[in-house]
Design a protein around this ligand. Structure first.
Ligand code: UDX
Length: 443
């Protein structure tokens, strides 16, 4: 049955969730405080690179299932479910900055009236305990406005997202599970029913448990990556091949073959931020989360492995031109957040190398990230328009992001160069015929 949904925040999560809910037949209002973004969305322009999203957004707009606004009053009055999908960035101490979430609660609370009942759903990743805190926070705001029986005017539910960038639409439409946490099972059931067309596995929990599932899932996946990276580093010392080790491990169904790809570390908007936030939450309660802290420190070291390897072949990089293939934190996205390419390029520049970088879609974002370096190092950092242009005049190549277009290369163009494959993309026995080749955790 069609339900009325408002989604606050039209970033990755909000836009994908809103468009997908509309595609499932619900009536969706997408709200953002950024007027320019809302104008673009009204025209069907997707401001992010996310495969498949433009198609479902266009179809939702054509079917009048989704509309966009900057007006909180309109969004709150015309919806029964209000999803919060605003950012929760890391503060310098690693804790999650909840100011956008808090400001969304404040704006919503301004427009809940006597007789209303709204279900406020946290989709943003918020620290464990936020849902229960939000209940009291919103209740007080309503009380201050003189609303009758404020606690009966709304409920707060946690419905964490598990969307991968680049596969977000697919992940929404075919979820492994839908987790819904609320203090009232019936309310949780109503949120779960929004997904019923997808016939997902549904887990209904209390509020803090749902919030914890999100953090624990991301922290576990990040742990698997740091684990396999550490194993890769040991493999290298003894001539073992980490890709085969991972395959052998993954055949054990208790381990599973996923997220065991060794490489130059994880990045993105979620793993680093969420692991740090969980560390902070743990410490705030007097715990010592040693394992989680190691997940981060192993990853920080791993990101610089390719440079370490390069230095073994070219000990002095002063004046040496190094091509870098792949800037985004992973393929199929233009997202540069916490991308391993950032510390790699910064280190290369600080060691005196000239860097020619190339990425199929992330160059514009990369130019913003490297604004300071572009000013400071001038022509020493340039962005090439294709992968081979980046190789011209380069003595070495570092592959940081395993975009599909890098799989097939003209090997002749790599002749005589030092190639560091940060993602184990290429076959060593082939590469060694053309260049000095090193990858991660393989003999
Ligand atoms: C992740 C979670 O997968 C998703 O469920 C959550 O909602 C948000 O965070 P995302 O950040 O889009 O999604 O990226 P993901 O595909 O999970 O990859 C994260 C990082 O780990 C990338 O930098 C990737 O290169 C790296 N990675 C992944 C590895 O190094 N090895 C692997 O085996 C898998």
């Amino acid at each position: 049955m069609e339900k009325r949904i408002a989604v606050i925040g039209t970033g990755y999560v909000g836009l994908v969730s809103g468009a997908c809910f509309a595609y499932l037949g619900h009536r969706v209002i997408g709200l953002d405080i950024d007027e320019e973004k809302i104008e673009r969305l009204k025209r069907g322009e997707v401001p992010i690179y996310e495969p498949g999203l433009d198609k479902i957004l266009k179809s939702a707009l054509e079917n009048r299932k989704i509309e966009f606004t900057t007006d909180y009053s309109y969004a709150v009055k015309n919806s029964d479910f209000i999803f919060i999908a605003v950012g929760t960035p890391s503060r310098p101490d690693g804790s999650a900055d909840l100011s956008y979430v808090e400001s969304a609660y404040r704006s919503i609370a301004k427009f809940i009236d006597n007789g209303d009942y709204k279900i406020i759903v946290n989709k943003s990743t918020v620290p464990v305990g936020t849902g229960r805190w939000a209940k009291e926070f919103i209740r007080k705001l309503l009380e201050e406005r003189g609303i009758d029986e404020p606690e009966k005017r709304f409920d707060v539910v946690s419905n964490p997202e598990f969307l991968r960038e680049g596969k977000a639409v697919e992940d929404f439409m075919k979820p492994d599970r839908v987790v819904v946490g609320a203090d009232d099972r019936d309310v949780a059931g109503r949120v779960a029913s929004l997904y019923e067309k997808l016939q997902p596995a549904i887990l209904i929990t209390d509020l803090p448990t749902a919030e914890m599932i999100k953090y624990a899932s991301n922290a576990f996946l990040a742990t698997k990556i740091s684990f396999i990276n550490e194993v890769a580093n040991i493999c290298e010392k003894y001539g073992a091949d980490v890709t085969v080790v991972a395959r052998g491990m993954g055949l054990d169904h208790r381990i599973s073959p996923h997220f065991l790809r060794a490489g130059c570390g994880f990045g993105g908007s979620c793993f680093p931020k969420d692991v740090k936030a969980l560390i902070n939450t743990a410490k705030g309660a007097g715990e010592e989360p040693e394992l989680l802290e190691s997940v981060i420190s192993v990853n920080e070291r791993q990101k610089l492995k390719p440079v370490e390897k390069l230095l073994r072949h070219i000990p002095d990089l002063k004046g040496v031109t190094v091509a870098v293939w792949g800037l985004a934190f992973k393929p199929e996205t233009d997202d540069m957040r916490e991308a391993p390419s950032i510390p790699i390029i910064k280190r290369l520049l600080s060691l005196g190398a000239n860097v020619k970088a190339y990425d199929p879609v992330a160059v514009e974002n990369a130019k913003r990230v490297f604004k300071e370096e572009l000013e400071k190092f001038g022509e020493r950092l340039t962005f090439s328009k294709d992968k081979y242009e980046a190789l011209e005049g380069a003595e070495a190549l570092i592959l940081v992001t395993e975009w599909k277009e890098f799989e097939n290369v003209d090997f002749d163009k790599l002749k005589g160069k030092v190639v560091i494959d940060g993602r184990n993309l290429w076959e060593p026995s082939i590469m060694e015929q053309f260049c000095t080749y090193e990858s991660i955790g393989r003999p």
